[in-house]
Design a protein around this ligand. Structure first.
Ligand code: XMP
Length: 525
C-alpha cells in the first residue's frame, strides 16, 4: 500500500538531519512555530533526495555520538556542496569542524551540561536583532579546539570560545548550545533568523493554508472513487474524517466498530456528533458479541491485544465487502501522525529504516488492495488539535484524553466478560464526570479506571459483601513516554470513591495507583 498524500509541500522547506538527538523533533516543531515547513530526515539521506524535495536550508541535529568515534554517523558529504545554508547544532557543529578540513575536535575532560551565558562578539545574521548576551542551555561532551577553514568565532560561553561560529562565505553556521529548548533564551529567534534571514524561507506555513492544500490534494487523488475510514471517536481519526469529509463529502464512508470494549455511550456519542452534526456517512458495525466470544477465557494481555487487533481487521474487511455495490472503494484513510512516520535511525551507522509501528490496528490485509490516504502524516499532535479546532470539531473531541486501540479489553485485567466490562464502564464514567466537574480532566494526561480480577470483603448496611476492586489511574505526562501519578485533591478522590462504591453494583473497594512510568506503564496491560 503506497501513501498517496505525502506529496511535496507548496512552501519553502527546511531539512533537519537526525543524528539521534532527543531534541530532533523539538527542532522541527520550533521551525513550524516560525511558520516555516520542516521535515526530519535520517542523517544519511542522499543529497539527490534533498534536492528533489527542494530543501532551502539544512539543520544538522545534535546526537549522543562523538565525531571522534569511527562508527559515528555522518551526513552525505554532498550536503556541504549544495550551495544552501547549513546550521549545525551541538553534534552538528562538531561534525562541521571534523568534516570540513582544518578543524579539530577533542575529548573534553568535563561534560558541559546546563545553563551558560552566551556573549556575542561579532555581527552575524544568526543573532540579528538580539541582545549581546543570552542565557543558553548546553549539553555536550566533546569540544572544538580548532575551527575548520573559512570559519570564525561569533560568540562564546564560560567554557567555550566557539559557542557560535560562522563561515559567511558558504553560509555555514554552528551552535554548541541548543537553541530549540525552552531554557535557551530567545532560542527560537536564533532559529527564525536562520530560516528567514539566512535561508530566505517565506514564513507562510499556516493551518488554514494546510487545510486548503490538503483538500485540493485529496480531491485530486480520490477523483470519483470512494474512501473508507475506521472512526474510533479519538482525536486522530476524528480530525482525519472531518478533513476528508470537507474535501469529498459523502464519497467518504466512516465505520465505527462497536467491539463491546468502548466507553459508556461511546457509540451513541459518535453517531450523534458525526451522523447528525457533521452529516457524515457513518456506519456502525455492532460486533461486541464477536469480539467477546473470541476473547472468552483469554487472560494474557498480549494475546488479548492480538485477538482484538485481528478481529477488528476481519470486521472492517467484511464492511468493505458489503460496501462494494456502492462504488469503488479505492482508499483506506487513517489518522497517522508525523511522529509515527519519522524513520528512526540507529546511531552506529545503520539506519534502522524502521517506521514506528502503530500499536492500534496494523493496517489491513494486503489482499484488500486499498491505497492509504493519510492526510495528517505531516503533522504533530498539537498541530492536529489545532486543525481539528479550525475544522469546527468540539473541544470534547479535540482535547479528548488518549484511549488505547484495544479499549477496555486492556483495562479489565484477566479474562474479559460483559458483566465485568459493564461495571468498569460505569465506574469509568463516574471518574470522567468528576474529573470534568473538578476542572481536572483537561489538566491531566489520562484518567481512567481499571477493573482488577480480585474480590475483597466489605460491609454494606449490615451485610457482608464480597465484590470487585476498581483502581484509579490518573497520570500527568507530556508525551506518554514518561508519566507521574497526578496529585488529585483528596476531596475529589473521596467523591469518586464514594460514588463508584454507592452507584456501581459489584464494586466495594476503590484503590489509587501511585506508580510512575517508568518503571510502571500508564495502562496496566
Ligand atoms: P503505556 O501503557 O505503554 O501507554 O504507558 C502509553 C500511551 O499509549 C496508549 N496506549 C495505546 N494507544 N493503541 C493506542 O492507540 C494501543 O494499543 C495502546 N496501548 C497503550 C496509552 O493509553 C498511553 O496513552
Amino acid at each position: 500500500m503506497k501513501p498517496t498524500t505525502d506529496t511535496q509541500p507548496a512552501q519553502d522547506a527546511i531539512a533537519v538531519l537526525d543524528f539521534g538527538s532527543q531534541y530532533t523533533q523539538v527542532i522541527a516543531r520550533r521551525i513550524r512555530e516560525c511558520s516555516v515547513y520542516s521535515k526530519i530526515y535520517p542523517f544519511n539521506t542522499k543529497v539527490s533526495q534533498l534536492k528533489a524535495d527542494g530543501i532551502k536550508g539544512i539543520i544538522l541535529s545534535g546526537g549522543p555520538s562523538s565525531v571522534l568515534s569511527k562508527s559515528s554517523p555522518r551526513p552525505d558529504a554532498g550536503v556541504f556542496k549544495m550551495g544552501i545554508p547549513v546550521l549545525g547544532i551541538c553534534y552538528g557543529i562538531q561534525l562541521m569542524a571534523h568534516m570540513l578540513g582544518g578543524g579539530k575536535v577533542a575529548k573534553s575532560p568535563q561534560r558541559e551540561f546546563g545553563h551558560g551565558t552566551l556573549t556575542i562578539h561579532k555581527d552575524c545574521p544568526l543573532f540579528a536583532g538580539l541582545p549581546k548576551s543570552l542565557r543558553v542551555w548546553n549539553s555536550h561532551g566533546d569540544r572544538i579546539d580548532q575551527l575548520a577553514k573559512g570559519f570564525s568565532p561569533v560568540a562564546s560561553t564560560e567554557n567555550s570560545s566557539f559557542a557560535a561560529i560562522h563561515d559567511p562565505k558558504r553560509n555555514f553556521y554552528g551552535l554548541q548550545f541548543h537553541p530549540e529548548v525552552a531554557h535557551s533564551e530567545l532560542g527560537i529567534e536564533v532559529l527564525r533568523n536562520f530560516l528567514v534571514k539566512i535561508c530566505g524561507c517565506r514564513d507562510n506555513w499556516s493551518m488554514s493554508g494546510y487545510i486548503e492544500r490538503k483538500i485540493t490534494e485529496i480531491r485530486e487523488a480520490v477523483g470519483k472513487d470512494r474512501v473508507i475510514l475506521g472512526l474510533s471517536g479519538g482525536v486522530d481519526s476524528s480530525v482525519a474524517a472531518a478533513l476528508i469529509h470537507k474535501a469529498i463529502g459523502r464519497q467518504l464512508t466512516c465505520v465505527f466498530v462497536d467491539n463491546g470494549l468502548c466507553r459508556l455511550h461511546e457509540r451513541e456519542q459518535v453517531q450523534k456528533l458525526y451522523g447528525d452534526h457533521f452529516d457524515l456517512d457513518l456506519r456502525v458495525a455492532r460486533k461486541s458479541a464477536v469480539f467477546l466470544k473470541k476473547l472468552k477465557g483469554v487472560s494474557d494481555p498480549e494475546r488479548k491485544r492480538k485477538i482484538i487487533g485481528r478481529t477488528f481487521v476481519e470486521v472492517f474487511d467484511a464492511e468493505v465487502k458489503k460496501l462494494k455495490a456502492r462504488g469503488n472503494y479505492r482508499f483506506l484513510a487513517q489518522g497517522t501522525l508525523y511522529p509515527d512516520v519519522i524513520e528512526s535511525v540507529s546511531i552506529d551507522g545503520n539506519p534502522a529504516a524502521l517506521i514506528k509501528s502503530h500499536h492500534n490496528v496494523g493496517g489491513l490485509p494486503k489482499r484488500m488492495k486499498l491505497q492509504l490516504l493519510e492526510p495528517l502524516r505531516e503533522l504533530f499532535k498539537d498541530e492536529v488539535r489545532a486543525l481539528g479546532t479550525e475544522l469546527g470539531l468540539p473541544r470534547e473531541v479535540v482535547w479528548r484524553q488518549p484511549f488505547p486501540g484495544p479499549g477496555l479489553g486492556v483495562r479489565m485485567l484477566g479474562a474479559v466478560n460483559r458483566s465485568g466490562l459493564d461495571v468498569l464502564r460505569r465506574a469509568d464514567a463516574i471518574l470522567h464526570e468528576e474529573m470534568m466537574a473538578s476542572d481536572l480532566y483537561y489538566k491531566v494526561w489520562q484518567s481512567f479506571c481499571v477493573f482488577l480480577p480480585v474480590k475483597t470483603v466489605g460491609v454494606m448496611g449490615d451485610e457482608r459483601t464480597y465484590e470487585n476492586v476498581i483502581a484509579l489511574r490518573i497520570v500527568e505526562s507530556v508525551d506518554a513516554m514518561t508519566a507521574d501519578w497526578a496529585r488529585v485533591p483528596y476531596e475529589v478522590l473521596r467523591t469518586v470513591s464514594n460514588r463508584i462504591i454507592n452507584e456501581v453494583n459489584g464494586v466495594n473497594r476503590v484503590v489509587l495507583d501511585i506508580s510512575s512510568k517508568p518503571p510502571s506503564t500508564i495502562e496496566w496491560e
